[in-house]
Write a protein that binds this ligand. Structure first.
Ligand code: SF4
Ligand code: SF4
Length: 464
């Protein structure tokens, strides 16, 4: 990859990670200490630990969070979700999306800056590895612009080996949310020929993470992340964002130049470009709010440091709403219609999910009519209907099944598997024939599981 100079970085093309010819501009963001960096660092390490251990956590004997694609069921904070649970899954997914919208409307891109795994892993694992193996941003830029020496190749090789290790851990943790950590661990230690499809999936996911973390990086936020695309419709002029105080900062220039041109008045921005050099997405926040800004506040820390060195007040770049910057009062969130609408929809969806959870049976029973002839006549003159009884265990304990006919009187249940145990979180389909006399045709049949009291109904079909 052709290296770019510091001047290239500071010059702003339309897309910060591309030059004017459409080629990738590699960014070398400087790192500066500061209050915001400290807060983010603490949160990030807590989240890295959480992301890595979450697949192993249990809640009431079931995984805390898993969407098991092999068993075709999900586990969410003690709730067991089957494919038939669309009425529960839909409000839960909608509530998560609305929570994100609501939080963004009040606090801006707080998810991007603090919670997003992409940002957390790139900023707090990948970039530190890069600094450890290749040095500071300044050194890396110089090294990439220089000849390909043995030392440079060695450093790059060590860096990429470490990236592969991180990518492997991240990929297998990610897959654990879909296959379970025990299954992933078994696949990892057994020969690939024993599980070729799983091996291919694991390799492809690991390669995907490696390419993203080692190469694609900040471009993911700008080009691929759907959440970034929603920003312009979620936020308004009262949403806090990272802003440059142009009233105070402009016109920009060197502070000491005022001695050379005393008649010219400068604002507080000395145009040192440090805020641009630290930006992990390569933008100049002084150009206004941009889609690429992930609200990481690195530019705030950098500019605060410059202002402190100059003996000027901090917060030339700060977190504020557009209205605050233009001198207007900030409207509190409970008076903003868009935020209230997100809040109301969030309450509605959460309530719908809770109602569904609280009204859920431990055992769901349905009767499905088996394909084929609607009825058959038996040698004794009675008629028979073939049904499939579908039982779903929504708990983490086994449940005893003991199906009987509750009504109508005179119908008989023939079923080899109607007294069995259904294992925790499982579902079971059993075939059952119901025998009845002609007078019961078109009557509603009710099947009862006598051990739990759950029942299901259908209709007996016979000759009219
Ligand atoms: S770091 Fe502050 S002073 Fe330097 S260019 Fe950015 S806004 Fe101006
Ligand atoms: S402009 Fe500032 S807050 Fe936005 S991404 Fe760049 S450094 Fe982070």
């Amino acid at each position: 990859m052709p290296p770019n100079t510091r001047d290239d970085e500071i010059r702003q093309p339309s897309v910060p990670t591309m030059d004017r010819m459409g080629k990738r501009r590699w960014l070398y963001p400087d790192r500066r200490k500061g209050a915001n960096a400290s807060k983010r660092k603490t949160t990030a390490f807590g989240l890295i630990v959480f992301y890595l251990v979450a697949p192993w956590l249990q809640w009431n004997g079931t995984p805390l969070l898993r969407f098991d694609v092999i068993e075709k069921k999900g586990f969410l904070f003690g709730q067991i979700l089957h494919l038939s649970d669309a009425a529960l899954i839909a409000p839960v997914l909608a509530a998560f999306a609305l929570l994100l919208f609501f939080a963004t409307s009040i606090k801006g891109r707080i998810w991007c800056s603090y919670g997003c795994p992409q940002t957390v892993f790139v900023e707090w694992l990948i970039r530190p590895i890069e600094e450890l193996t290749e040095g500071s941003a300044h050194h890396r830029r110089r090294m990439d612009a220089g000849p390909l020496t043995i030392l440079r190749m060695t450093r790059k090789a060590i860096k990429h080996i470490l990236f592969l290790v991180v990518s492997s851990i991240v990929a297998n943790t990610f897959l654990s949310f879909f296959f379970g950590p025990a299954r992933i661990a078994t696949w990892m230690v057994s020969p690939p020929q024993e599980h070729p499809v799983a091996f291919l999936v694991m390799s492809a996911v690991m390669l995907g993470f490696y390419l993203d973390l080692a190469w694609f990086r900040e471009q993911f936020c700008a080009f691929l992340c759907p959440y970034a695309r929603f920003q312009s419709v979620i936020i308004d002029h009262d949403t806090p964002t990272v802003v440059y105080d142009s009233v105070r900062g402009d016109p920009r220039g060197q502070a000491r130049k005022s001695a050379v041109a005393p008649e010219k008045k400068f604002g507080d921005c000395i145009d040192c470009q440090l805020c641009v050099r630290v930006c992990p997405t390569g933008i100049d926040i002084r150009n206004g709010l941009q889609l690429e800004c992930i609200m990481c506040a690195r530019c705030i820390d950098a500019c605060d440091m410059v202002m402190t060195n100059l003996g000027r007040p901090k917060a030339l770049i700060k977190i504020a709403s557009q209205n605050e910057i233009s001198g207007q009062m900030r409207v509190p969130f409970w008076k903003r219609p868009k935020t209230l609408a997100y809040g109301a929809a969030l309450v509605l969806m959460t309530s719908a999910g809770l109602v569904r959870v609280l009204s859920r049976n431990a055992l769901d029973v349905t009767i499905l009519r088996a394909p084929g002839a609607p009825y058959t006549q038996m040698p004794d003159g009675r008629f028979g209907n073939l049904f499939i009884i579908h039982a779903t265990n929504n708990t983490a304990q086994p449940i005893l099944l003991n199906f009987k006919i509750k009504s109508p009187d005179g119908a008989e249940l023939l079923c080899a598997q109607c007294q069995v145990k259904i294992e925790a979180t499982n579902d079971l389909r059993v075939s059952a024939v119901i025998m009845f006399e002609q007078k019961l045709a078109n009557k509603v049949i009710t099947i009862l599981n006598s051990s739990t009291g759950d029942e299901a109904t259908s209709v007996l079909i016979g000759p009219n």
